[in-house]
Ligand binder design. Structure first.
Ligand code: KMH
Ligand code: ZN
Length: 276
């Protein structure tokens, strides 16, 4: 498949609505954003949700309502974050799978995360992976550092392929504490990804100012793209991001220039092994 999978990560768990008023935090804001990003060319939405005070939450009722609202209003593949925020306990992160997403993220190791620690013990990773296999949820393996690709290899060797049989990883680059958001790091990851099961695909996102180099390097290396206000709040020097749509539109433009136009949600489902 020669197109580009474009995932939008519109909200995240790190930025506050007070600091970033354009961040979609209510269900209405999220659904509107999702529809507009789909119309522009996104095919997957990576979802973190907020409570009534716009604080990150993993509330089960809200997660379920979010999944059904996004599925009713769009054709996007709905991927819930099992990463949550650095403060969320493992039990709540595992319970995200109970909300019935088609996909969920699954981070492949512990990483320093700015001044915090994003904890992902091996036993927790195994739990997430095997529960997703049992429930028919397709994982996206989040990779914050090079060695986490080796952890993924070990996971697949010991516990088998994910539901759907296709392996898809997302390189989250430029987190303070993780791998750098550089073209050299994208290429280094791509070399290791070749040792993963045949057909493994990857997307990449660069946090902050690494957005552009990572996006260009990923396209050049045959990878896909994740963009959004979870990762990027500055569009260009001195220009705050106005909306998630602005970031998706830029990614679509680069993908078209690279002669790899955005995949529709239907083609994205085929690629990732997500049932229609
Ligand atoms: N919010 C970060 C601590 C994921 O969504 O799976 C973790 C994160 C990864 O965003
Ligand atoms: Zn996330």
């Amino acid at each position: 498949m020669t197109g580009t999978l474009i995932t939008v990560a519109p909200t995240g768990a790190e930025s506050s609505k007070a600091d970033v008023p354009a961040l979609p935090v209510t269900l209405d804001e999220l659904v509107t954003t999702a529809k507009e990003c789909e119309a522009l060319g996104a095919s997957v939405i990576h979802v973190h949700i907020r409570d009534d005070d716009a604080r990150p939450t993993l509330d089960q009722g809200r997660l379920r309502a979010t999944v059904s609202a996004l599925r009713a209003a769009t054709g996007l593949i709905v991927q819930l974050s099992s990463g949550g925020s650095v403060h969320d306990p493992e039990a709540d992160r595992l319970a995200v799978l109970d909300a019935g997403p088609e996909m969920a993220s699954c981070t492949m190791g512990t990483v320093n995360f700015g001044d915090d620690v994003f904890l992902n013990r091996w036993a927790f990773i195994v739990d997430l992976h095997t529960r997703m296999q049992e429930r028919g949820i397709v994982p996206e393996y989040e990779i914050f550092d090079l060695g986490q690709l080796t952890t993924l290899q070990r996971l697949l060797d010991r516990y088998g392929l994910p539901f759907g049989g296709h392996v898809h990883v997302d390189l989250v680059m430029g987190v303070p504490g993780g791998m750098p958001g550089t073209a050299a790091a994208v290429v280094a990851c791509e070399r290791i990804i070749r040792d993963l099961p045949e057909g493994t695909t990857f997307a990449a996102t660069g946090i902050g100012r690494s957005t552009l180099p990572v996006m260009l390097a990923s396209l050049a290396a045959g990878g896909h793209l994740r963009v959004g206000m979870e990762d990027t709040l500055t569009y260009a020097k001195g220009r705050p991001v106005e909306s998630n749509m602005q970031l998706v539109a830029r990614a679509v433009g680069f993908a078209q220039l690279a002669q790899r136009p955005p995949l529709t949600p239907t083609l994205a489902r085929e690629l990732l092994g997500v049932p229609a």
